[in-house]
Design a protein around this ligand. Structure first.
Ligand code: NAD
Ligand code: TYD
Length: 341
């Protein structure tokens, strides 16, 4: 098996490559990544010299380049992944998340090979009551979610029209090592350690369902190997939490682990203007993947959060390098309005 893994220098893709190389020693992996602001070869440095691993810098929007590669399966992680950035500028999202996926579908069609599209629970929109299943309507509310939903629809169309072996996974919010510090959990940790204000959008009561990244990697492994062509599988963490509760749990953990004063850390919490179109709640039902493929999330939230805080504490140079320079320009632009400046 020669798998083309796209976006493998990002957060989930790099964790997945590490997982698949250790779980399947006879596979060979090509990691194709454009190395956007979110792509970082440091995330996958330990694999650099592995005989079954090769990195290629490239863009999934470059059709001809994809045609020159040799593989017999694709797992697509490559995406513009941050909702807030899609509000500032949606063009790169449409380009990579839609046109890029169409290119990958075409490349898979030519080879007659399996393609797994890594999607998100955000395509269902805000789930005010109950849980979204794979049959729930697609109802995206952010440009990011709309671009991911578009890719899901294209993948479905390629399966129906061309009989292609396409699978879709829709996962809830991931957290864990190597997550880019623009996302809530690493943002809270890095701001707390630097003594900077921690921006909480709106009333802080929006709910997300959180899953530890390695549980997500195991879900993708299960769907890739045992899923049925044309099917969608929800991979949820069964762990709904309000944002403000996560922030407080993280600050409590940081106080315990570093000896900092808990009350001073709590004083950093700053309620700011809400994200436009902010989905109130994400909550998906993972019964299908549990029943059909025998997958279930294994990492408890307290354990996962503690591992994550430990990782960021012991990888300070990794995230300090990221949040300097270009990232600060983005941060100022994004948060100027949130802080009402
Ligand atoms: P990320 O932003 O950390 O990484 C994305 C990677 O894709 C980066 O390495 C980037 O360089 C690469 N990339 C971007 N555009 C590219 C292009 N045109 N060609 C090649 N490479 C390109 O994202 P992530 O959090 O690891 O998410 C991975 C996938 O999982 C995405 O498809 C995302 O929509 C999906 N997802 C993420 C979450 C989450 O909570 N992070 C939840 C559900 C689904
Ligand atoms: P995020 O990590 O951006 O993931 P997503 O928007 O894809 O769910 O945000 C998670 C939640 O945290 C979301 O409800 C928005 C909120 N949030 C804040 O309150 N403050 C922040 O600075 C960020 C980045 C997110």
């Amino acid at each position: 098996m020669k798998i083309l893994i796209t976006g493998g220098a990002g957060f989930i893709g790099s964790n997945f490559i590490r997982h698949i190389i250790s779980a399947y020693p006879d596979y060979s992996i090509i990691n194709l990544d454009k190395l956007t602001y979110a792509g970082n070869l440091e995330n996958i440095k330990d694999m650099e010299n592995h005989p079954d691993y090769r990195f290629i810098k490239g863009d999934i929007c470059d059709r001809h380049f994809l045609g020159s590669l040799d593989f017999n399966a694709i797992i697509n992680f490559a995406a513009e992944s941050h909702v807030d950035r899609s509000i500032l500028d949606s063009f790169p999202f449409l380009q990579t998340n839609v046109i890029g996926v169409q290119n990958l579908l075409e490349a898979a069609k030519i080879r007659g090979c399996r393609l797994l599209q890594v999607s998100t629970d955000e395509v269902y929109g805000s789930t005010e009551k109950g849980l979204s299943t794979e049959e729930s309507p697609i109802s995206p509310n952010s440009p990011y979610a709309a671009s991911k939903a578009s890719a899901d629809l294209l993948a479905r169309a390629y399966h129906k029209t061309f009989g292609m072996d396409v699978l879709i996974t829709r996962c809830s919010n991931n957290y864990g090592p190597y997550q880019f510090p623009e996302k809530l959990i690493p943002l809270v940790i890095s701001h707390a350690l630097a003594g900077r204000p921690i921006p909480v959008y709106g009333d802080g009561k929006n709910v997300r369902d959180w899953i530890y990244v390695l549980d997500h990697c195991r879900a993708i492994d299960a769907v890739f190997h045992r899923g049925n062509a044309g099917e969608v599988y929800n991979a949820g963490g069964k762990n709904e939490v309000q944002n403000i509760d996560i922030v407080k749990r993280l600050l409590t953990l940081i106080a315990e682990k570093t000896g900092r004063d808990k009350e001073s850390l709590m004083d950093l919490i700053t309620f700011v203007n809400d994200r436009p179109g902010h989905d109130r709640r994400y909550a998906i039902d993972p019964s299908k993947i549990e029943g059909e493929l025998g997958w279930t999330p294994e990492t408890g939230f307290e354990e996962g959060l503690a591992n994550t805080v430990d990782w960021y504490l012991s990888h300070q140079t990794w995230w300090e390098r990221i949040i300097s320079g270009e990232y600060m320009d983005y941060y100022k632009m994004q948060y100027k309005e949130r802080f009402g400046e």
